[in-house]
Design a protein around this ligand. Structure first.
Ligand code: HEC
Ligand code: HEC
Ligand code: HEC
Ligand code: HEC
Ligand code: HEC
Ligand code: HEC
Ligand code: HEC
Ligand code: HEC
Ligand code: HEC
Ligand code: HEC
Length: 437
C-alpha cells in the first residue's frame, strides 16, 4: 500500500512536471535516473505502476531482440504453473525501482540464481549443464533473460569455424538519400546565396562553415534549419530562430532523431525535460563540460558537421572514465587514425561511434539505407548485443564473445587480447558431434 501522503502527491502531480524529490523512497536506477522527476511517466494516481508504463517505452526493443521470455510464453497453459514461484508476466517482478541496495546491473532486483525456479531440470535436458550453478546462467557469453540472439545455436553453427580476424575487416559504407538535390530540384549554394534575414546576428565563420558542408552542396540554406517555415523564408523573415534544436533536423533526418531520443543522450528531451548535461550524469565526466547541453550539435557542431570529429574526439570532450581514456592505447585507435589520415580504406578504423553508434540497415521509403543508429544504449547492455551489428564485421564469433566477457578488456578499451574463454561455441560443436551431425 502507498502511504496516504504519497497518494495525495501522485493525484496532485498528474501533470508530471517538475516535482519534489522529497517523495522518492530511494534513488532511481541507472537506466531511469534522468527521468525520475517525471513520476507520472511510470506511476498512475491510484493503481500503482501498471505494465504499460514499461511497455510504452520498451516493447519495441524487446520484440526486436526476439525476447526469450515474453508474457505470451507464460500464457501457454503448459507453462502457467511456473508463475507460482515468480510472476514473470509483470516487469516489476524483476525490475523494482528506488531500491539501490537491491538493484544489480540493468535495473534487476531479483537474486541472480532465480533461473532455478523454472529451469530445475536443465541438467537432464542438457547433460553438458551438469553441475553448473544457477548463478552462472547469466554469465556474459552464456545466457540472457531477454536477448539471446547472439547465442542461438543455429547462429553459432554458422560461425563454428570463424578465424579471430576477418580477411579485410571493415564496416559497411553509409548510404543516404540517393540524390537529394535532384529529387528536390536544388542547386549547390555559396555564401552569397545565404537567406539570413536582415538584422540577424551572425558571423563570417557561420557562413564559412556552412558553405563547406553537404548541406550547402545540396542546396540547403540557413532558413532550412533556422526558420519555422523555410519554404517562405526571405530576407525579412521574422521567424528566424537563433538557436535551432533537434526538431529542426527531424524532418530530413527522422531515423537519426528518433534513435537519439531513445538513448541516454536524448531521453530527457523525449520527455520535454531540459536537455541532459554532464553535470547531471552518474558516470564520470569531464568537469569542464559540466554545463554543456546535449543536442545534435554536441557532436556535430552547429555548422561543420564533421562526422569524423563526431565519432571520437567529440565523445572525449565529455566522457572521462577509464574505458574512454584507454581508447587511445588500443589497436582500434591506430586503425582509426589510419582511416582519418587516408592511409587505410574508409570503414576500416574503429572509433567510439563504430561500436556505440553502429551503421544499421534501415527500411525507409520502401528501400534499404545504411544509417547511423543514434541510440548508444541499444547495443550497450548486455554487451553481447554488440556482436552482430559491430564485431562480426571484422572478427570471428568466438573471439568476440571472449573479448566482451572480459571485464579487463572493457576497462582497457580492448587494448590487449582476452584472458577469459567462454565455452559456448565449443559446446554447440560438441553437441553437433554427439547428435551425429
Ligand atoms: C521509470 C519509472 C518510475 C519513475 C519515473 C518513478 N517511479 Fe516510483 N516506482 C517505480 C516502480 C517500478 C516502483 C515499484 C512499484 C511496485 O512494486 O508496485 C516504484 C515505487 C515507488 C514508491 C513505493 C510504492 C510502494 O508500493 O511501496 C514510491 C513512494 C514511489 N515510487 C515514488 C515515486 C516518485 C515520487 C516519483 C517521482 C519523483 C517516482 N516514484 C518516479 C517506477 C518509477
Ligand atoms: C519514458 C520511457 C520509459 C519508461 C516509462 C520506462 N523506461 Fe526503462 N528505460 C528508458 C530509457 C530511455 C532507458 C535508458 C536507455 C536504455 O538503457 O535502453 C531505460 C532503461 C531501462 C533499463 C536498464 C537498461 C540498462 O542497460 O541499464 C531497464 C531494465 C528498464 N529500463 C526497464 C523498465 C521497466 C521495467 C519500466 C516500467 C516500470 C520502464 N523501464 C519504464 C525508458 C523508459
Ligand atoms: C523474471 C525476471 C524478469 C522479468 C519479468 C523482466 N525482466 Fe527485464 N531483465 C531481466 C534480467 C535478468 C535482465 C538482465 C539482462 C538479461 O539477462 O537479459 C533484464 C534486462 C532488461 C533490460 C535491459 C537489457 C535489454 O536486453 O534490453 C530491459 C530494457 C528490460 N529488462 C526490460 C523489461 C521489461 C520492459 C519487462 C516487462 C515486459 C521485463 N524486463 C521483465 C529480468 C526480467
Ligand atoms: C518464470 C519462469 C522462467 C524463469 C524465471 C526463467 N525462464 Fe527461461 N524459459 C522459461 C520457459 C517457459 C521457456 C520456454 C520453454 C522451455 O524451454 O523450457 C524458457 C526458455 C529459455 C531459453 C531458451 C531460449 C529461447 O529463446 O527460447 C533460455 C536460454 C532460457 N530460458 C534461459 C533462462 C535464464 C538464463 C534464466 C534466468 C536468468 C531464465 N531462463 C529464467 C521460463 C523461465
Ligand atoms: C543544418 C542546419 C543549419 C544550417 C543549414 C544553418 N544553421 Fe545556423 N545553427 C544551427 C544550429 C543547430 C545552431 C545552434 C547551435 C547551438 O545550439 O549552439 C545554429 C546556430 C547559429 C547561430 C548562433 C551562433 C552560433 O554560431 O552558434 C547563428 C548566428 C547561425 N546559426 C547562423 C547561420 C547562418 C548565417 C546560416 C547560413 C549561412 C546557418 N546558420 C545555417 C543549424 C544550422
Ligand atoms: C532540408 C533538409 C535537411 C535539414 C533541415 C537538415 N539536414 Fe542534414 N543533411 C541533409 C542532406 C540532404 C544531407 C546530405 C546527404 C548526402 O550527403 O547525400 C545532410 C547531411 C547531414 C550530415 C552528414 C554530413 C556528412 O558529411 O556526411 C549530418 C551529420 C547532418 N546532415 C546533420 C544535420 C543536423 C544535426 C541537422 C539539424 C541541426 C540537419 N542535418 C538538418 C538534409 C538536411
Ligand atoms: C556533451 C557531452 C557528451 C558528448 C559529446 C557525448 N556524450 Fe555520451 N553521454 C553524456 C551524458 C551526460 C550521458 C548520460 C550519463 C548518465 O545518465 O549518467 C552520456 C551517456 C553515454 C552512454 C551511456 C552510458 C550508460 O551507462 O548508459 C554512452 C555509451 C555514451 N554516452 C557514449 C558516447 C559516445 C560514443 C559519444 C561520441 C560519439 C558521446 N557519448 C558523446 C555526455 C556526452
Ligand atoms: C553522440 C554524438 C552524436 C550526437 C548527439 C548526434 N550525432 Fe549524428 N552522427 C554522429 C556520428 C559519430 C556520425 C557518423 C558515424 C559514422 O560515420 O559511422 C553521425 C552521423 C549522422 C548523420 C549522417 C549519417 C547517417 O546517414 O545517419 C546524420 C544525418 C546525423 N548524424 C544526424 C544527427 C541528428 C539529426 C542528431 C540529433 C537528433 C544527431 N545526429 C546527434 C554522432 C552524433
Ligand atoms: C570495440 C568497441 C568499443 C569501442 C571502440 C569503445 N567502446 Fe565504449 N563500450 C564498449 C563496451 C563493450 C562497453 C561495455 C558495456 C557493458 O558491458 O556494460 C562500453 C561501455 C562504454 C560506456 C559506459 C560506461 C559505464 O560505466 O556505463 C561509455 C560511456 C563508453 N563505452 C564510451 C566510449 C567512448 C567515449 C569511446 C571512445 C573514446 C568508446 N566507448 C570506445 C565498446 C566499445
Ligand atoms: C572495423 C573493423 C573492426 C571492428 C568493427 C572491431 N574490431 Fe577489434 N580489431 C580489428 C583489427 C583489424 C584488430 C587488430 C588486429 C591486429 O593487428 O592484431 C582488432 C583487434 C582487437 C582486439 C585485440 C587487441 C590486442 O591488443 O590484441 C580485441 C580484443 C578486439 N579487437 C575486440 C573487438 C570487439 C569486442 C569488437 C566489437 C565490439 C571489435 N573488436 C570490433 C578490427 C575491428
Amino acid at each position: 500500500m502507498l502511504p496516504a501522503a504519497v497518494v495525495v502527491y501522485f493525484v496532485t502531480d498528474s501533470s508530471g512536471g517538475n516535482s519534489d524529490a522529497h517523495f522518492l523512497p530511494g534513488d532511481t536506477s541507472h537506466g531511469h535516473h534522468q527521468i525520475e522527476m517525471k513520476c507520472s511517466v511510470c506511476h498512475t494516481d491510484f493503481e500503482g505502476v501498471k505494465q504499460n508504463a514499461c511497455t510504452q517505452c520498451h516493447a519495441e526493443e524487446l520484440e526486436k531482440a526476439n525476447d526469450s521470455h515474453p508474457d505470451t510464453k507464460f500464457l501457454d497453459p503448459r507453462n502457467a504453473d511456473r508463475l507460482e514461484s515468480i510472476n514473470a508476466v509483470r516487469c516489476i517482478t524483476c525490475h523494482q525501482e528506488h531500491k539501490p541496495e537491491e538493484t544489480i546491473k540493468m535495473g534487476v532486483t531479483v537474486p541472480e540464481d532465480y533461473c532455478f525456479y523454472c529451469h530445475q531440470d536443465i541438467a537432464e535436458v542438457r547433460p553438458s549443464h551438469e553441475g553448473m550453478g544457477y548463478e552462472t546462467c547469466a554469465t556474459a557469453g552464456c545466457h540472457n533473460y531477454h536477448d539471446n540472439s547472439a547465442l542461438y545455436e543455429d547462429f553459432i553453427i554458422k560461425h563454428l569455424e570463424d578465424a579471430p580476424h576477418k580477411e579485410s575487416p571493415k564496416v559497411a559504407d553509409r548510404t543516404f538519400y540517393h540524390n537529394w538535390a535532384a529529387e528536390h530540384e536544388t542547386t549547390p549554394l555559396t555564401s552569397k546565396d545565404r537567406d539570413v534575414p536582415d538584422g540577424a546576428h551572425y558571423t563570417q565563420s557561420d557562413v564559412y562553415d556552412w558553405e563547406r558542408t553537404a548541406h550547402a552542396a545540396m542546396g540547403i540554406n540557413c532558413a532550412a534549419c533556422h526558420s519555422e517555415s523555410p519554404e517562405t523564408a526571405n530576407n525579412d523573415n521574422l521567424d528566424w530562430q537563433a538557436i535551432p534544436d533537434h526538431t529542426s533536423c527531424q524532418d530530413c533526418h527522422a531515423y537519426e532523431t528518433k534513435t537519439f531520443l531513445q538513448g541516454k543522450h536524448g531521453m530527457r528531451l523525449a520527455q520535454d525535460l531540459s536537455p541532459m548535461t554532464p553535470g547531471m550524469a552518474k558516470i564520470p565526466m569531464n568537469p569542464a563540460a559540466a554545463h554543456r547541453e546535449l543536442s545534435c550539435v554536441s557532436c556535430h557542431g552547429a555548422h561543420t558537421f564533421d562526422t569524423q570529429f563526431a565519432a571520437a574526439e567529440s565523445c572525449m570532450q565529455c566522457h572521462d572514465d577509464q574505458h574512454t581514456n584507454s581508447y587511445k592505447n588500443s589497436k582500434h585507435y591506430q586503425l582509426w587514425l589510419d582511416e582519418v589520415n587516408g592511409t587505410a580504406p574508409a570503414g576500416s578504423g574503429v572509433s567510439c561511434a563504430t561500436c556505440h553508434m553502429p551503421r544499421i540497415e534501415v527500411q525507409e521509403f520502401g528501400e534499404t539505407f545504411t544509417r547511423v543508429q543514434h541510440n548508444q544504449n541499444e547495443t550497450l547492455r548486455p554487451n553481447e548485443k554488440m556482436i552482430r551489428p559491430v564485431c562480426l564485421d571484422c572478427h570471428g564469433l568466438g573471439f568476440a564473445i571472449d573479448a566482451l566477457a572480459d571485464p579487463i578488456l572493457i576497462e582497457n578499451n580492448f587494448s590487449s587480447p582476452s584472458s577469459v574463454h567462454i565455452d559456448s561455441v565449443e559446446m554447440v560443436g560438441k553437441r553437433l558431434l554427439e547428435l551425429g551431425k
